[in-house]
Design a protein around this ligand. Structure first.
Ligand code: CA
Length: 239
């Protein structure tokens, strides 16, 4: 599959890359321009933030390890005034940083080194998500043989209605809202149980297990309700 064949690539979308590493910039430049994206580059946090305010990119790819400003601070500063999707790049030994970046408002992350397909898939999801917010949300969401009727709060597997508890349903609808993107444990705990439950990650393991039993063909090897180890959960979507 070539990147150009993707029906969801937004031709001409303007991507701002904030990254000081020359090799990674070169890799992204080749990949993104070959896929029809326009690209702006910044090698520091300050320059990046200036370009966001003057060039209004459609999406930002942000390295967390920048020479001048911490990428986490860049995320936080940008989120004070813009909702432009931010995908952060993190080093493999900096697991905690990406979780913090997500909690400060980043939309998704890629761990270095990452491949072309993974990068393009994440871009499509974030750009599509941004577009969807411009339209009325569809009341029915589907994946595999699961159908979720958000208007009537009903869930079907292979056309048979499945009963979900209120917490299972809430968990599922949050994942649907961010379909394709990772949702952190903290985000889920806060939204379902409230801010004082932010550390009770075992709750999530229990309820996610129950959801998988009800919705996944093989709950032990989930294909759709995915765990992102140490980070959170993701409802996978067709790409
Ligand atoms: Ca760097």
């Amino acid at each position: 599959m070539t990147p150009m064949s993707s029906p969801d690539a937004l031709p001409g979308a303007l991507i701002l890359l904030i990254e000081d590493d020359t090799q990674i910039r070169r890799f992204l430049r080749t990949t993104l321009t070959n896929s029809g994206y326009r690209l702006l580059e910044a090698t520091s946090g300050q320059e990046g933030m200036r370009l966001v305010s003057t060039q209004h990119p459609d999406l930002i790819i942000l390295d967390l390890g920048l020479p001048d400003v911490d990428g986490l601070d860049v995320t936080e500063q940008l989120r004070q005034w813009t909702s432009t999707p931010i995908i952060v790049l993190s080093a493999r030994d900096k697991e905690g940083d990406k979780v913090q970046a997500l909690d400060r408002g980043a939309d998704d992350y890629l761990t270095k080194p990452f491949g072309t397909e993974e990068l393009l898939a994440r871009l499509r999801v974030s750009l599509r998500h941004r577009q969807q917010t411009l339209y009325v949300e569809t009341p029915v969401f589907s994946f595999a043989n699961v159908r979720i009727d958000l208007e009537h709060r009903q869930v079907y597997v292979a056309e048979a209605e499945v009963h979900l508890t209120p917490i299972e349903y809430k968990l599922l609808t949050i994942l649907v809202r961010y379909a394709g993107k990772v949702v952190t444990q903290k985000q889920l705990l806060k939204e379902i149980w409230g801010p004082t439950y932010e550390k009770e990650t075992h709750y999530l393991r229990i309820y996610m297990g129950q959801l998988r039993h009800k919705l996944e063909a093989d709950p032990a090897q989930p294909r759709w309700l995915i765990t992102e180890p140490g980070v959170g959960y993701r409802l996978k979507v067709d790409e």
